[in-house]
Structures are given as C-alpha cells and as structure tokens.
Design a protein around this ligand. Sequence first.
Ligand code: BES
Ligand code: MN
Ligand code: ZN
Length: 477
Amino acid sequence: MTEIIPGGVTSASTADLLIVPVLADLTWGPGAESVAAQLGPWLTGYLEARQFTGAPGQITVVPGGNLSFGAVAFVGLGDEVDAEALRRAAGSVGRMAAPYASAATTLHLVDVEGAVGAVTLGFLLGAYRFDAYLSDPKTRVNERLELLEAPEGTEAEIQAATAVARGVMLARDLVNRPAVDKAPEVLADRARSLSTEISVEIVDEVEAAERGYGGLLAVGAGSTNPPRMVIMKYEPADAKPFVAFVGKGIVFDSGGLSLKPAKGMETMKTDMAGAAAVYGAMQAIAELELPIRVLGVTPLSENMTGGAAQRPGDVFTAYNGKTVEVLNTDAEGRLVLADGLGIATEAEPDLIVDIATLTGAAKVALGPTVGAIFGNDDEAIAAVEAAARFAGESMWTLPLERSYRSLLDSKNIGDPWGGSILAALFLSEFVNERPWIHLDIAGPARADKMEHYVAKGGTGFSVRTLVELAREMVKKG
Ligand code: BES
Ligand code: MN
Ligand code: ZN
C-alpha cells in the first residue's frame, strides 16, 4: 500500500509528480506561486485554455520543466475548503497519481483542522483498486505520497488516517470479492487475521442449532454452504465504554424461494457489507488501540433456494425466544440480525449498532449515497449523526414509527409502504429496549460509478462513522 511521508519545508523531494492545490478563481498560495514562476509564464495561459479555474475536482497535469519533478498536477479545491473537500480532492489525485511511482503534495492554502489526516485518507482511498480478479492486472500503483510542508509531529495523524483507510479498504475488498469465494465458512475464517488483539469465536451450524440461532439457520437452510455466527471481542485493559457492532452478513441474497428477478440479484454479493464494515471498523479500532470494549457479531449466511430452503409460511424461533412467521424469504437480513442482536443484547453493552444492507426502500427514500439511521435512543442518534458528519459519510435519520408496529405482528414483513421503518421496527424487537442504532446502508454500500475517493463497487461505507463513534465514546468515557 502507498506510504504517506511527512516532509518538512526544506525537504528535497525526489517524487515523480508534484501536486499543487489551487483555490477557486485560480487563487494561488505562496508555494504555488514559486512553482508557477519556475515553470514559466506560459502556465496561466495554458490553464486558462484548459478551462482550469480551481473548481473542486479539476485536475490539470503539465510537464515538470526545470523543476526536479517529472510532472506537476494542479488540483482544484474550490472556495469552501473543509476536511471533506480535501478528502475528495486528494481522492481524485490518488486515482490520477497511480501511474507515477511517487508523488509529493504541498499543503499550503490548507488551513483546515485535520488537513493531514484528510489528505492521507482521501489519497489512499482514491488510489484503491480491486484488481485481484483481473486476468491482466497492469495498473502500477503509486507507492508514496510525500506531504511537503507538513508540520512537525504529524506522523500520528498520518498513522491514524492510514489505519482507518485500511479498515475501509478491507471492507471494500470483502464486498468486491465474488460470492463463490466468500462462503460463510471462508468469511468467518477471515476474522481470525484482523488483529492479534481481537479474539474470534466461530459458531458452526451444529452449535448454532444447540444455542438456538433460529434466524441464522432458517436463512442458511437453502444453501450448501452452511452458515456461521462470528463473535469477536476487542477488550483492551482499562477500557470503560462498551459498544457492540452487529453486521448483516448475507454472502449472497438470491431472495430464497421468494426469488429476486435476475436484475435485482446482480449486485447481491454486496449483501454482507454490514459484516464487512464490522470487520473493517474493528481492525481499525484495534490498530488505533482505542481504549474501548468492542463486541462484533456477524451472522454469516447465504440466502439460496436449495431443497431444504425455508418456505413462505414457515415459522422459526429466534435466539431470544420470539417466534416469527416468514412470509417473504427475501426479507432475510432481519432474520439473521434477530439472532445477532440477541447475542449483543445479552452482553449488556452501553450501545448496540447494527449495520445492514437491509431494504431497497432505504435506497428509494435516500438515494444511492445516503445511509439511513434509526434508533430507540435520542442521545445515541445524535452521537451517530455527529460521528457520520465528522467522518464525512452522509447519513440521515428516519423515524422508528411505533404506530406501524402492529402491521408486523409475528411475521417478517408488513405493508409495501415504509419498508425501511418496518424492518427497523422488526429489529427493535430483539434489543430488549437497550440503546440501539440501526444503519440501513442498502444504497451507499456500493457505488455504480467512481467519484473522488469512492471507487466503483464496494465503498466500505460506515467504517469511518463506526471508528469515529468509538473515538467519541472514548472521549466521553
Ligand atoms: N438485500 C436486500 C435489500 C437490498 C435491496 C439491498 C437492494 C441493496 C439493494 C434485502 O434482503 C431485501 O431483499 N429486502 C426486501 C425486503 C422486502 C421483501 C420486505 C426488499 O427491499 O425488497
Ligand atoms: Mn433479501
Ligand atoms: Zn438481503
């Protein structure tokens, strides 16, 4: 992976590519001025001809001339530079810099708190690509980014942002992997290499039956790949707050006997994005050595149509003892989460957060890039909203409308309207009134086009919010 290196004002960089940020209306800082002067008077005319104004997302590359760099890339930041503008600009640069062996960027003009972390995260995520399955992977990936003019002591900020970026990239990798290569057993096993500080218990289908994980088993019955419940614990000494993350891990969602149409199935290897986010967040939290107790629960199952598959009208008993009639086998996420939430509730954490690609309705309501927040606790909702905003992930709170509750009585689906709310109400039955947040990431878990630091495919959405939430819980104690 690309290494990010802090460089002092005097550092003599030998990078192939120099990146120069420019504000709207071609506003240069002192650093850019000297670069421009050394390149020659042709530059302003050239940028004008290319219609480069410094607007966000614009990039123009010129030869390095008599500078020590092979090329110089001017990157627009726009006129409102905040952490997200920096992440996005750095993301576009990260992708564009891939063919260069190394790059350096000036940080002048950038008077934003956390600028170094934002640039690091954006650059690493922008440079991300998933080429494990290409028959001819020919992309050369940039190996270093030098942060010129980075203030002293920014190594910690770089390291922290790198840990978060790694967590996001892990989640992306797992989502992007084809379902054939991530059966529940395989994905469960992957948890063992997250961190030596994370203990992992993998419950197989035999033990799951003994413990009464009825939802997990009901969904997994139609697949030849048996389900797994993964229970992970990060328990550093002296950790005060205690959070539980529960991630939906449907490695492929065919819909089961309530089969999806072909089109709707095309991206359903993404249906374990919640579990992937739990893996990514826990890995990052352990790498950051945050003093917080984290319980991670990922019910992993494949929703298929085999001869033993559950039928519409079948009834199962969830881990907490509730019975549920399954009218639609495509509403399977809530069934495996029922058991996951039951396990989390039993551990009595301060807060439970579940993350799930749960309903197409969430995507209808909020579009492809915004996640839905639900919860039974106003303080927790406010904390997650703040964490998401700070981390740069778009999320919006929808109501847990209790008056709709009777629509669900003892079955797994209700009306066609308000599908995300009904799913959230279903989940709320399994947390025993404990503070709980549900993130429906059906839209933002994957992107169908690349944009700034988001690549096409798995996005790793919610990893950054979960890590930020853990940081905030540590601060509050
Ligand atoms: N995994 C899907 C939700 C989904 C749909 C995620 C589209 C991402 C994109 C989930 O298991 C599902 O099928 N939900 C049903 C629920 C319905 C049967 C009540 C849905 O959204 O149609
Ligand atoms: Mn489904
Ligand atoms: Zn699903």
